[in-house]
Ligand binder design. Structure first.
Ligand code: SF4
Ligand code: SF4
Length: 89
């Protein structure tokens, strides 16, 4: 009999609470923006340099509390709030 596959141990709470940066982010249209990085009280968003375009925002899900500051300030409505279905358990 095979062992049951279990979810990876890890920051479950953080992963459930984390926001999601979507492809609507302005940097994908070639427009530099760091608003979410600047407003995040947890320093959960960093900007990753890349060739040929503005820096990409990168979310540290473990650090994100889902406070919503970045969601409220994003000029492109590109950040999705934590999904309610991830709050169970
Ligand atoms: S604030 Fe919005 S548009 Fe600006 S970098 Fe963050 S996700 Fe992209
Ligand atoms: S929801 Fe709050 S903690 Fe999470 S990335 Fe946005 S500003 Fe930072």
């Amino acid at each position: 009999m095979r062992a049951e596959v279990r979810p990876q141990p890890g920051p479950d709470r953080a992963a459930r609470d984390a926001v999601e940066i979507t492809v609507a982010c302005l940097v994908h249209a070639g427009i530099a923006c760091m608003t979410c990085r600047d407003v995040c009280p947890e320093l959960a968003i960093s900007m990753r340099p890349r060739m040929g375009g503005p820096f990409l925002p990168e979310l540290d899900e473990a650090a994100c509390t889902g406070c919503g500051e970045c969601v409220a300030h994003c000029p492109a409505d590109a950040i999705a709030a934590p999904r309610p279905d991830r709050h169970h358990g």
